[in-house]
Design a protein around this ligand. Structure first.
Ligand code: GAL
Length: 646
C-alpha cells in the first residue's frame, strides 16, 4: 500500500523540480506519474526529440527516491501532427472533425494515428524502458474521456465492415442474425454496411450492438499497439491504463487482459453531481460523495485488474468539470484514500501535485496551491502515509458475494432501454448498495470468471446469458439472485425462442410473458414493496413471495435462485438478501446509508460518509471492544476506523 501523485514537470520551471520531489517524499508519497500529455515538449517538431528536460526530470524524481509511472503522451497529439495528418481526428455523428485545441482529438481506428503512436511510444520505451526509476507505464490517458470512443471516420467504417466480415460467415448470416428482413434492411455485401448513425428513426438494435462491440474492440486494438512495444523494450515493468468512473463504453475486462494493473480516476464529488441521484442525496453527500459509488468502482476495477489495481487519480479538493464543484469535508480526502486501500488498492495517487494557474484546469485543486503552499489535502495525505504501517501486510481475500458485471449488457440496455429511466449502471449500483447496507464485502466480476468460492451471486443486469453460465453457477454451489431482463436477449439481440429469461429458465422455472415500463411517479404497490419503472408479467408454477395488487408476482424464490420481476425498491432487495444471508449463515448488519464497511485481509475498515459523527456501537455489537488500529468506535464526520478481525 502506497501513495502517489500526478506531476507535470513541463508545467514548472526546472528550478522547482528538486524541491517538489523532496516535498513529495516528505509527505510520504513514493509513486509519481508523469508524461502523459507531454508530446509537444518531447517532440516539438516532426522527428526532433527533446529528451534533455525529461531525462533531468526523471533523474530528479529518482534521486528523491520516487518511482515513476511514465505515461505515453498519445491522448494529446501535437498541432504539427494533426496538420500533417488531419485524418487522425475523429468525426462526430454529422461527419464533422473534432478539432485540435483540447485533448483526445483522435480516432481510435485511424491507422495513421496508430503508426504515429507506435513511433512515439517506441522512442520513449527505448529511451527509458530500463531506467531504474521507471516502475510502470500508463498507456494514453482515460480512453473515452470527453465522449471519444465513437468516431464516424472512413477508417472506422472500413474497420467495422472488416470486423463484421470476420464475425459472420456470410452476409446472409448477418442479415439473419440482425433480422434485416424487417423494414427491408437486407444487405448484399459487407461493403454496403455503414455505422448506425443518422438513420431516420432508430437503427436496428442488433446493428448498434455490433457497432458497440466493434468500437470496444478498436480501443483494445489501439492500446495493444502500445502495450506490445512497452513489453518489448521495458521488460519487468507493469503496464496499466487509467479508467474512469461511470464509464462503460468499452469492455474494460477485455482490454485489461493485455495489461498488468487496472487503474482508475476517482472523483467522488464530481461523479455525485453528474450521476442520477435525487437532489436530497446530492445535498446529503455534497462534500463526501455517494457512499457506494466510489466503492463500487474500486470493486469493479479490482475485478477488471484481476486483483491488481490502483487509484491513479484521486480528487484532492474541488474539481473544475462538474456542474458544481464543492470542497470535500475536512478529512474526506483521507477517508477516500482509506476506502480505496480497504478495497485492496496497491496505490492511491492524488491528482495533481500543484494546482496549475493556467489553461483548462486552473480551477482544479492539487495537493499544493498555485503558490506552492500546501492545500488542505496535503495534510490528509501525510496523515494516511503515517497510518499505513498500522495495516501493513493486509492482502485482499475473496468476498462472499459476487456481482456479475457485463459491459455488453450495459450497451444492450442503453440501445433498448424500453423505459427512459432504465439505467443499467444505476441498477447495478442499486443491488451493490443493498449488499453494502448489510455490511457485506462484494467482488465485481465478469460473467465468464471463476465463480467458485462465492456464496451469493448477484446478476442485476445479465441480459445476455452465456451458454456455460448455468453450469458454472451450479458448480459454485452459490445462491443466485437474478434481476429483471436476465437472459432476455440472445447474443444476436433477439428475443430467445423460449422467451426471457432464456437459458436461465434452467435455473428457475418461469417465463416472462410480457414486460411493461412505467413512467416516473407511477408506483405499483406489492405488499410492503413498491414497484417503479419496470414490471414483468410472469408465468410460472411457483408461488411468488410478493405480488402487485393486480396479481403480478415480483419475487420468485426457489432453494437456490431468486428472480426479481421488477425494478426492485431498496426494501425488496433488503428482504431478498437478508433472507438468503440467514440461510447461508452470513452475518448481516443494518448500516445507515452513510456508514460503510470493507474487509481487507485480517482488517475491517469503517468509513463514515455522513457529515455527522457516527457511533459504531449503534450498529455493531461489541464495537467498543474491537482491536482498533486506526480510529475507534466513535467516528467523526469523514472518520475512518480499522480493527483486527477476531
Ligand atoms: C481526469 C484526467 C486528468 C484531469 C482530471 C481532472 O479525467 O485524466 O488529466 O483532467 O480528470 O479532474
Amino acid at each position: 500500500m502506497k501513495l502517489g501523485v500526478c506531476y507535470y514537470p513541463e508545467h514548472w520551471p526546472e528550478a522547482m523540480w528538486a524541491e517538489d520531489a523532496k516535498r513529495m517524499a516528505e509527505i510520504g508519497i513514493s509513486q509519481v506519474r508523469i508524461g502523459e500529455f507531454a508530446w509537444s515538449r518531447i517532440e516539438p517538431k516532426p522527428g526532433v526529440f527533446e529528451w534533455g528536460w525529461l531525462d533531468r526530470a526523471i533523474e530528479t524524481l529518482h534521486q528523491a527516491g520516487l518511482h515513476i509511472v511514465l505515461g505515453t503522451p498519445t491522448a494529446t497529439p501535437p498541432k504539427w501532427l494533426i496538420d500533417a495528418h488531419p485524418d487522425i481526428l475523429a468525426l462526430d455523428a454529422h461527419g464533422r472533425p473534432r478539432h485540435f485545441g483540447s485533448r483526445r482529438h483522435y480516432c481510435f481506428s485511424s491507422l495513421t494515428y496508430r503508426a504515429q503512436c507506435a513511433r512515439i511510444v517506441e522512442a520513449l520505451a527505448r529511451r527509458y524502458g530500463t531506467h531504474p526509476a521507471i516502475a510502470s507505464w500508463q498507456t494514453d490517458n482515460e480512453y473515452g474521456c470527453h465522449d471519444t470512443i465513437i468516431s464516424y471516420s472512413n477508417a472506422a467504417r472500413e474497420g467495422f465492415r472488416a470486423w463484421l466480415a470476420a464475425k459472420y460467415p456470410s452476409i446472409q448470416a448477418l442479415n439473419q442474425a440482425w433480422g434485416n428482413v424487417f423494414w427491408s434492411m437486407e444487405y448484399l455485401s459487407f461493403d454496403e454496411i455503414d455505422p448506425p448513425v443518422e438513420t431516420v428513426t432508430e437503427a436496428n438494435p442488433a446493428h448498434r450492438q455490433d457497432w458497440a462491440r466493434f468500437a470496444s474492440d478498436e480501443v483494445a486494438a489501439f492500446d495493444c499497439v502500445q502495450t506490445e512495444i512497452l513489453r518489448a523494450h521495458s521488460p519487468g515493468r507493469d503496464v496499466l491504463h487509467n479508467y474512469m468512473g461511470m464509464f462503460t463504453a468499452f469492455d474494460h475486462f477485455k482490454l485489461s487482459e493485455q495489461l498488468d494493473v487496472a487503474a482508475w480516476d476517482s472523483y467522488p464529488l464530481g461523479f455525485l453531481e453528474q450521476a442520477w441521484w435525487p437532489d436530497a442525496i446530492k445535498e446529503r453527500f455534497l462534500r463526501q460523495g455517494h457512499p457506494d459509488f466510489t466503492a463500487f468502482h474500486h470493486d469493479l476495477y479490482r475485478g477488471v485488474g484481476r486483483g491488481r489495481w490502483q487509484v491513479i487519480e484521486q480528487q484532492p479538493g474541488p474539481v473544475n468539470w462538474a456542474p458544481w464543484n464543492p470542497a470535500p469535508l475536512p478529512g474526506m480526502v483521507r477517508a477516500w484514500t482509506w476506502e480505496a486501500l480497504a478495497h485492496g488498492a496497491e496505490c492511491v495517487s492524488y491528482f495533481r501535485w500543484r494546482q496549475a494557474p493556467f489553461a483548462q484546469e486552473q480551477m482544479h485543486a492539487g495537493l499544493l496551491r498555485p503558490d506552492s503552499e500546501e492545500a488542505e489535502a496535503a495534510g490528509e495525505a501525510r496523515q494516511v502515509a503515517a497510518e499505513l504501517a498500522a495495516v501493513a501486510g493486509a492482502t485482499t481475500t475473496k468476498a462472499p458475494v459476487a456481482l456479475l458485471f457485463d459491459y455488453e449488457a450495459i450497451w444492450a440496455n442503453q440501445i433498448q432501454p424500453q423505459g427512459r429511466d432504465y439505467r443499467g449502471l444505476e441498477l447495478l449500483i442499486h443491488f451493490y448498495s443493498a449488499a453494502r447496507r448489510l455490511g457485506l464485502s462484494v467482488d465485481i466480476v465478469h460473467p465468464s470468471s471463476d465463480l467458485g468460492g462465492y456464496q451469493l451471486i448477484l446478476c442485476p443486469l445479465q441480459i445476455f446469458w452465456p451458454e456455460d453460465l448455468n453450469a458454472r453457477i451450479k458448480a459454485s454451489g452459490a445462491v443466485c439472485v437474478l434481476g429483471p431482463r436476465a437472459g432476455s436477449k440472445t447474443d444476436d439481440f433477439q428475443i430467445p425462442a423460449n422467451l426471457a429469461p432464456g437459458l436461465a429458465q434452467d435455473l428457475i422455472p418461469l417465463v416472462v410473458n410480457r414486460v411493461e415500463s412505467l413512467r416516473p411517479g407511477h408506483v405499483e404497490q406489492a405488499g410492503a414493496f413498491k414497484v417503479t419503472r419496470w414490471l414483468e408479467h410472469i408465468q410460472s408454477e411457483l408461488v411468488p413471495e410478493a405480488s402487485t395488487a393486480n396479481g403480478h408476482g415480483i419475487w420468485y424464490h426457489t432453494d437456490k435462485v431468486d428472480y426479481l420481476a421488477c425494478w426492485p425498491d431498496a426494501e425488496l432487495l433488503d428482504a431478498v438478501l437478508r433472507r438468503r444471508c440467514e440461510e447461508l449463515g452470513l452475518a448481516t448488519l443494518s448500516l445507515p446509508d452513510g456508514l460503510r464497511l470493507r474487509q481487507r485481509g485480517a482488517f475491517l475498515f469503517a468509513i463514515n460518509y455522513e457529515a455527522e459523527p457516527v457511533r459504531l456501537s449503534d450498529h455493531m455489537v461489541d464495537a467498543e471492544k474491537f482491536d482498533y488500529v486506526i480510529g475507534g468506535p466513535d467516528l467523526p464526520a469523514a472518520g475512518v476506523a480499522a480493527w483486527r478481525i477476531k
